[in-house]
Design a protein around this ligand. Structure first.
Ligand code: SF4
Length: 172
Protein backbone atom coordinates (compact mmCIF):
# COMPACT_ATOMS: atom_id res chain seq x y z
CA UNK A 1 0.00 0.00 0.00
CA UNK A 2 1.32 3.41 -0.88
CA UNK A 3 2.43 5.67 1.97
CA UNK A 4 -0.47 7.83 3.07
CA UNK A 5 -0.36 10.97 5.10
CA UNK A 6 -1.92 10.84 8.51
CA UNK A 7 -4.58 13.50 9.02
CA UNK A 8 -6.93 14.66 11.75
CA UNK A 9 -9.70 12.20 10.86
CA UNK A 10 -7.17 9.36 11.06
CA UNK A 11 -6.13 10.42 14.54
CA UNK A 12 -9.79 10.56 15.54
CA UNK A 13 -10.37 7.04 14.22
CA UNK A 14 -7.19 5.72 15.84
CA UNK A 15 -8.47 6.86 19.18
CA UNK A 16 -11.93 5.33 18.56
CA UNK A 17 -10.99 2.04 16.95
CA UNK A 18 -7.81 0.90 15.19
CA UNK A 19 -9.78 -1.34 12.88
CA UNK A 20 -11.85 1.63 11.73
CA UNK A 21 -8.65 3.52 10.95
CA UNK A 22 -7.27 0.61 8.95
CA UNK A 23 -10.48 0.14 6.90
CA UNK A 24 -10.72 3.86 6.20
CA UNK A 25 -7.07 4.16 5.15
CA UNK A 26 -7.39 1.16 2.86
CA UNK A 27 -10.21 2.78 0.94
CA UNK A 28 -13.06 0.74 2.38
CA UNK A 29 -15.61 3.49 2.72
CA UNK A 30 -19.00 3.12 4.33
CA UNK A 31 -19.37 6.73 5.38
CA UNK A 32 -22.38 7.34 3.10
CA UNK A 33 -24.35 4.72 4.98
CA UNK A 34 -24.21 6.66 8.17
CA UNK A 35 -26.88 9.29 8.76
CA UNK A 36 -24.80 10.61 11.60
CA UNK A 37 -21.94 11.42 9.24
CA UNK A 38 -24.37 13.24 6.95
CA UNK A 39 -25.70 15.16 9.94
CA UNK A 40 -22.16 16.16 10.84
CA UNK A 41 -21.51 17.46 7.33
CA UNK A 42 -24.62 19.65 7.45
CA UNK A 43 -23.63 20.87 10.88
CA UNK A 44 -20.20 21.89 9.60
CA UNK A 45 -21.74 23.76 6.69
CA UNK A 46 -24.07 25.72 8.97
CA UNK A 47 -21.57 26.50 11.72
CA UNK A 48 -19.63 29.71 12.15
CA UNK A 49 -21.67 32.09 9.98
CA UNK A 50 -19.73 35.04 11.42
CA UNK A 51 -16.28 33.49 11.43
CA UNK A 52 -14.38 34.52 8.34
CA UNK A 53 -11.82 31.79 7.94
CA UNK A 54 -13.55 28.44 7.84
CA UNK A 55 -12.87 25.03 6.28
CA UNK A 56 -9.16 25.57 5.92
CA UNK A 57 -7.17 22.99 4.01
CA UNK A 58 -3.59 22.68 5.18
CA UNK A 59 -0.94 21.07 2.96
CA UNK A 60 -3.72 19.24 1.08
CA UNK A 61 -3.65 16.82 4.00
CA UNK A 62 -6.07 17.97 6.64
CA UNK A 63 -8.90 20.40 6.99
CA UNK A 64 -9.88 22.39 10.02
CA UNK A 65 -13.31 23.90 10.60
CA UNK A 66 -12.32 27.45 11.40
CA UNK A 67 -9.70 29.77 12.81
CA UNK A 68 -11.25 32.39 15.04
CA UNK A 69 -8.73 34.77 16.62
CA UNK A 70 -6.45 32.78 18.90
CA UNK A 71 -8.54 29.61 18.50
CA UNK A 72 -8.90 26.75 16.08
CA UNK A 73 -12.55 25.79 16.32
CA UNK A 74 -14.40 22.59 15.66
CA UNK A 75 -18.08 21.88 16.02
CA UNK A 76 -19.42 18.48 17.02
CA UNK A 77 -22.90 17.15 17.67
CA UNK A 78 -22.23 15.65 21.09
CA UNK A 79 -19.35 14.94 23.45
CA UNK A 80 -19.78 11.18 23.18
CA UNK A 81 -16.36 10.89 21.51
CA UNK A 82 -14.71 13.58 23.57
CA UNK A 83 -11.31 11.88 23.92
CA UNK A 84 -11.06 11.30 20.17
CA UNK A 85 -12.22 14.86 19.46
CA UNK A 86 -9.54 16.14 21.79
CA UNK A 87 -6.77 14.14 20.11
CA UNK A 88 -7.90 15.36 16.70
CA UNK A 89 -7.81 18.97 17.85
CA UNK A 90 -4.38 18.52 19.46
CA UNK A 91 -3.18 17.09 16.15
CA UNK A 92 -4.33 20.26 14.36
CA UNK A 93 -2.70 22.49 16.96
CA UNK A 94 0.51 20.50 16.61
CA UNK A 95 0.55 20.72 12.82
CA UNK A 96 -0.13 24.45 12.92
CA UNK A 97 2.58 25.03 15.52
CA UNK A 98 5.06 23.24 13.26
CA UNK A 99 4.24 25.92 10.70
CA UNK A 100 4.81 28.68 13.24
CA UNK A 101 1.13 29.29 13.99
CA UNK A 102 0.42 29.02 17.70
CA UNK A 103 -3.27 28.53 18.54
CA UNK A 104 -5.50 27.12 21.23
CA UNK A 105 -8.36 24.74 20.53
CA UNK A 106 -12.06 25.14 21.14
CA UNK A 107 -14.56 22.37 20.48
CA UNK A 108 -18.26 23.27 20.60
CA UNK A 109 -20.74 20.53 21.41
CA UNK A 110 -24.07 21.64 20.06
CA UNK A 111 -26.36 19.15 21.85
CA UNK A 112 -24.92 19.87 25.29
CA UNK A 113 -24.33 23.55 24.47
CA UNK A 114 -20.88 23.46 25.97
CA UNK A 115 -17.32 23.99 24.82
CA UNK A 116 -14.03 22.29 25.53
CA UNK A 117 -10.91 24.41 25.47
CA UNK A 118 -7.39 23.06 25.19
CA UNK A 119 -3.80 24.13 24.64
CA UNK A 120 -0.81 22.29 23.20
CA UNK A 121 1.85 21.77 25.87
CA UNK A 122 4.87 19.46 25.87
CA UNK A 123 2.85 16.53 27.19
CA UNK A 124 0.22 16.97 24.48
CA UNK A 125 2.91 17.21 21.78
CA UNK A 126 4.32 13.88 22.91
CA UNK A 127 0.82 12.38 22.79
CA UNK A 128 0.29 13.63 19.25
CA UNK A 129 3.66 12.34 18.02
CA UNK A 130 2.93 8.97 19.57
CA UNK A 131 -0.53 8.88 17.96
CA UNK A 132 0.89 9.71 14.52
CA UNK A 133 3.48 6.93 14.84
CA UNK A 134 0.81 4.51 15.99
CA UNK A 135 -1.51 5.47 13.13
CA UNK A 136 1.28 4.69 10.63
CA UNK A 137 1.89 1.35 12.32
CA UNK A 138 -1.79 0.36 12.17
CA UNK A 139 -2.14 1.51 8.56
CA UNK A 140 0.82 -0.45 7.26
CA UNK A 141 -0.39 -3.75 8.69
CA UNK A 142 -1.35 -6.19 5.90
CA UNK A 143 -4.66 -7.06 7.57
CA UNK A 144 -7.12 -5.02 9.62
CA UNK A 145 -7.13 -5.43 13.39
CA UNK A 146 -9.83 -7.89 14.47
CA UNK A 147 -13.29 -6.71 15.47
CA UNK A 148 -13.45 -5.65 19.07
CA UNK A 149 -16.84 -5.06 20.62
CA UNK A 150 -16.92 -1.39 21.53
CA UNK A 151 -19.80 0.72 22.85
CA UNK A 152 -19.34 2.83 19.72
CA UNK A 153 -19.75 -0.07 17.24
CA UNK A 154 -23.50 0.26 16.71
CA UNK A 155 -23.08 3.89 15.67
CA UNK A 156 -20.12 3.15 13.41
CA UNK A 157 -20.49 3.30 9.63
CA UNK A 158 -18.62 -0.03 9.42
CA UNK A 159 -20.97 -1.86 11.78
CA UNK A 160 -22.66 -4.04 9.15
CA UNK A 161 -19.34 -4.70 7.47
CA UNK A 162 -17.60 -5.75 10.68
CA UNK A 163 -20.34 -7.83 12.18
CA UNK A 164 -21.32 -9.55 8.94
CA UNK A 165 -17.78 -10.79 8.44
CA UNK A 166 -16.53 -11.57 11.90
CA UNK A 167 -18.12 -13.21 14.91
CA UNK A 168 -16.92 -12.06 18.26
CA UNK A 169 -15.85 -14.79 20.72
CA UNK A 170 -18.83 -13.89 22.95
CA UNK A 171 -21.23 -14.80 20.14
CA UNK A 172 -19.53 -18.08 19.16
S1 SF4 B 1 -17.93 -1.48 13.92
FE1 SF4 B 1 -16.71 -1.47 15.80
S2 SF4 B 1 -14.97 -2.83 15.35
FE2 SF4 B 1 -15.90 -2.25 13.38
S3 SF4 B 1 -14.73 -0.49 12.70
FE3 SF4 B 1 -16.53 0.27 13.76
S4 SF4 B 1 -15.87 0.61 15.88
FE4 SF4 B 1 -14.35 -0.71 14.89
Amino acid sequence: MQEKTIGGVDIHYLSLCKRKLWLYKHGISMENESDRVAEGKVLHEMAYPRVEKREILIDNAFKIDAIDGEYVREVKLSSRMKDSDKMQMLFYLYQLERKGVKKKGLISYTKEKRTLEMALGEKEKRQVKQAIAEAYEVTKQPKPPVVKKLPYCKKCAYYTFCYALEVDEDDA
